[in-house]
Design a protein around this ligand. Sequence first.
Ligand code: FPP
Length: 224
Amino acid sequence: MDGNGRWAKARGLPRNLGHRKGVDAVREVVKACPDLGIEYLTLYAFSTENWKRPASEVSGLMDLLRIFIRSELEQLRRNGVRVRVIGNRSRLPADIVALVDEAEAKTLGNSRLTLIIALSYGSQDELVTAARRLAEAALRGEIKPEQIDAGMIERNLLTAGIPDPDLLIRTSGEQRLSNFMLWQAAYSELVFTDTLWPDFGRAELAEAIAEYGRRERRYGASSA
Ligand code: FPP
């Protein structure tokens, strides 16, 4: 969800107002997903690297998350949305962890759309944690190193049980993965759009899906 800062700057507004407008885009995109046949949506809301931003911007983003979960949870639950949060919870404020736990618990039975919020998320951290867990299991003698395969790694990622993304969209003209799902995106189709996140909505999502539909997915095989 890139480009909130530039959206605000172009209007002479503080960055946090760009993030606030970004939350409106989140609402619109979440609503559009079931209509467009999307069952899993992951939003990269805050990366492990985003902790390096000025404290005022970080606390503004945490405020927006608080407000989003508090104000939207009931409607998400009623609309059949399951909320899951992936990331390093140890760095999050305690009340946000409590809100996230509540959102996950209250929507556990839903399946119309799974909304995954990547919060304090970094793919390299996630892979390091998985490697450590497997190394510890090997040291305890529970597994042999030669038994480690792709499936075992996947089951130790934060996304265990969530399908790999078919389509990865990055807004605002940047063409990088920025530590997002480096393992899971191995065969994802990538769509980069110049649209800034606050201007991204139902029509832009539908266009990205149309672009996805024009791609040929080969997973390393030949088209023949
Ligand atoms: C990147 O834009 C955006 C973020 C770091 C924050 C995204 C968060 C939200 C939209 C709000 C909270 C999310 C939810 C799920 C309610 P940037 O600041 O890097 O923009 P710039 O590159 O133009 O400076």
